[in-house]
Design a protein around this ligand. Structure first.
Ligand code: NAD
Ligand code: UFG
Length: 348
């Protein structure tokens, strides 16, 4: 089977790429590298060399808003008699704060880019899609655990673009072409790294998210972790989130492909999380325990747009996909730290 993986050089995409290749898929990555490094591609190749899988992988530098590039990818694979069976679509922009400053850019890349992709897929009769949606679409509510039926109320342009894309899927699914098979996966907080330490999360600039910030404090790239609030209505006053090991998340995509392959026309919105809520203080404690590194922190005021608690009800993913996250918080800390010590300055 051949998979087109847009955004495959990014944090989540690179991990999915390794898993797909390990399981025998042919993979084409399309990425503009606007938020990733081409070194990722070399790391994937290194991984493949060790396993003699090189011929199954190719990558193309390009933008999903460029329809010619997309069309050419589909045309070339048809000519090679290895048409693309499924698209995993991750290419897009993901910063909440940036989306507040540049909303049109987010609509352009995320929504127009996805529309372009869907147009090419339709034209070349590839109807099977796995999409990277986000728990951010559940907005400011903190009634937990959150199931897929939870009210959709995005509170920033980034979240709005994910909802707009999900709405496109509704319209496609309800159209008279009863061929579309779509899993829209709503990720909670993907963290950690591949256990090889070859690939991991390497945010550009100062990390916004807890886990990469914490590992950068541990390695000495950041001085002190700011804990955004210790007065939330949670067990210890700090914010509670659903951290899922990146490999478990990646596995959810393979399970989704299996699901799409064994079903006719379908559209499913599915939470991917661990199903557990951990507070910021719990994360710090577990990281210190696992790695033996002390994490200096200071309590700050609450961050705008944060909620007290956000974690997933994952019963739909378990039932529909037969998928269960397997890796513990300890494993997350172990693998995240392994990546950071092997790559103290990220990909460079
Ligand atoms: P990432 O930024 O590491 O990866 C996204 C990749 O897409 C990058 O390699 C980037 O260069 C590429 N890209 C961006 N615009 C592009 C364009 N116009 N054309 C081609 N490539 C383009 O982000 P990630 O964390 O791997 O997230 C992947 C997807 O998952 C995103 O769509 C994001 O919104 C979604 N998501 C991420 C999280 C998270 O916490 N990481 C949570 C929920 C949803
Ligand atoms: N936090 C800190 N200090 C930091 C960073 C974060 O205390 O330096 C706290 C936050 O206040 C929150 C928790 O750690 O309580 C997690 O924050 P993250 O920024 O790591 O993650 P969020 O849940 O806020 O947001 C992430 C992505 C969103 C996505 C959401 C759900 O950034 O884009 O997960 O998938 F929508």
């Amino acid at each position: 089977m051949r998979v087109l993986l847009t955004g495959g050089a990014g944090f989540i995409g690179s991990h999915i790429a390794l898993l797909l290749l390990e399981r025998g898929f042919d993979v084409i990555i399309l990425d503009s590298f606007v938020n990733s490094s081409s070194i990722v591609i070399n790391r994937i190749k290194t991984f493949l060399q060790n396993k003699d899988l090189k011929s199954k992988f190719e990558y193309i530098k390009g933008d999903i808003r460029d329809k010619n590039i997309l069309d050419n990818i589909f045309i070339k694979s048809i000519k090679e008699c290895k048409p693309i069976d499924t698209v995993i679509h991750l290419a897009g922009l993901k910063s909440v704060s940036d989306s507040l400053t540049n909303p049109l850019h987010y609509w352009d890349v995320n929504v127009r880019g996805t529309l372009n992709l869907l147009l090419s897929m339709k034209e070349y009769e590839c109807y099977s899609l796995v999409f990277s949606s986000s728990a951010t679409i559940y907005g400011l509510s903190d009634s937990v655990p959150m199931s897929e039926d939870h009210k959709i109320l995005p509170i920033n342009p980034y979240g709005q673009t994910k909802v707009a894309i999900e709405n496109m899927f509704y319209d496609l699914f309800n159209s008279n072409i009863k061929l579309w098979k779509i899993c829209s996966l709503r990720y909670f907080n993907p963290v950690g790294a591949h256990s090889s330490g070859l690939i991991g999360e390497d945010p550009v600039g100062i990390p916004n998210n807890l886990f990469p910030f914490l590992t950068q404090v541990a390695i000495g790239r950041q001085k002190i972790l700011k804990v955004f609030g210790d007065d939330w209505d949670t067990k210890d006053g700090s914010g509670v989130r659903d951290y899922i090991h990146i490999i478990d998340l990646a596995d959810g995509h393979l399970a989704s492909i299996d699901y799409l392959n064994s079903n006719d026309s379908c559209l499913e919105f599915i939470n991917l999380g661990s199903g557990h809520g951990y507070s910021v203080f719990q994360i710090i404690r577990q990281f210190e325990l696992t790695t033996g590194r002390k994490i200096p922190f200071s309590i700050q005021g609450r961050r705008d747009g944060d909620v007290a608690k956000c974690y997933a009800d994952i019963s739909k993913a378990k039932k529909l996909l037969g998928w269960t996250p397997k890796r513990s918080l300890e494993q997350i800390c172990l693998d995240g730290w392994n990546w950071q010590i092997k790559n103290p300055n990220g990909y460079c």
